[in-house]
Design a protein around this ligand. Structure first.
Ligand code: PXG
Length: 283
């Protein structure tokens, strides 16, 4: 499994970073998780745009330009001979001193890992997920912006743990205003009276690539869609609920906080969008 690190593909055992890397010491860095379908990275341009924006937002200089990064991702996919899989792209602040200051980190590390993906079990798509609302709120937008896909995911991990302790693979996070934000690694959608609803970016969420694709597909299918502030009440009274993410794709949610959503079964609109998504990625 060759891994790209700082300009070369090396065997995974040799793909290592320093213990003084601020990515490790402080979670100081950014990343992307992308899918490979039929040998091609899905929406690579969008993922890389988000990566460079995340880096910019934390004043991290990505040591290679977009064109070179695109080529590096493609070379890593080819070297791993993957037709379907997952890519993890990481840019760390690089090795520095034990102090917080990034000024001594002069060598940001670029790492690209390609792997076969551990998909959600088929059962999740057939039966739908049960989730809970976590007591951990999403990062306050005036603290570390939720738009940044940073290496510091502890807040979401705390929510994920709370979900796991309740027997759920995902957990819903509210924002500091008590509105619905997103799940720990997935965006959320609701269906009500045949229309689609999802929180707007200013609810303090990650601008999910899959979320954007679902909104595009809804437009093509002439399904009215709204980016609107939502509350837990809206979730509880929704006809359907589903999550989107590069790993999960489109996955139905049938129970939230032990309450059945709609009739407690994966809904028709969810199935329709999931179907459209599958067709789209395999085009
Ligand atoms: N919200 C958050 C907070 C995320 O981390 C998404 C939404 C979905 O975004 P995309 O662009 O993938 O549609 C994410 C996705 C994984 C994994 O391997 C996924 C994410 C983060 C960490 C791990 O499943 N992010």
């Amino acid at each position: 499994m060759p891994v790209w690190i700082n300009g070369e593909l090396v065997p995974s055992e040799r793909a290592t970073v320093s213990v003084f890397d601020h990515g490790l010491l402080y979670g100081d860095g950014v990343f992307e998780g992308m899918r490979i379908y039929s040998g091609k990275v899905f929406r690579l341009a969008e993922h890389l745009e988000r990566l460079y924006e995340s880096a910019r937002a934390i004043c991290l200089r990505v040591p290679i330009e977009l064109a070179e990064m695109t080529a590096a991702v493609e070379k890593t996919v080819a070297a791993n001979d993957l037709t379907d899989g997952y890519i993890r792209l990481i840019v760390t602040r690089g090795p520095g001193t034990l102090g917080l200051g990034p000024d001594r980190c002069r060598d940001p590390q670029v790492i690209i890992i390609a792997a076969t993906i551990q998909l959600y079990p088929e059962e999740h798509y057939e039966k739908g997920l049960e989730i809970i609302t976590s007591s951990v709120i999403r990062n306050h937008p005036a603290a570390l912006s939720p738009r940044i896909k940073s290496l510091n995911y502890l807040n979401n991990i705390m929510a994920k743990i709370e979900g796991a302790q309740a027997g759920c693979v995902e957990a819903l996070m509210l924002n500091h205003k008590g509105e619905v934000a997103e799940c720990t690694g997935d965006n959320i959608f609701l269906v009500k009276h045949g229309e689609l609803y999802t929180p707007p970016l200013d609810a303090g969420i990650l601008a999910g690539v899959t979320r954007a694709v679902v909104l595009e597909l809804a437009a093509e299918l002439e399904i009215p869609a709204h980016e609107k502030a939502l509350t837990k009440h809206d979730v509880y009274i929704a006809d359907e609920c589903f999550l989107t993410g590069s790993a999960a794709e489109v996955v139905p949610v049938v129970k939230v906080d032990s309450r059945p959503i709609g009739d407690g079964k994966p809904g028709q609109m969810t199935a329709r969008l999931r179907d459209a998504f599958q067709k789209h990625v395999r085009q």
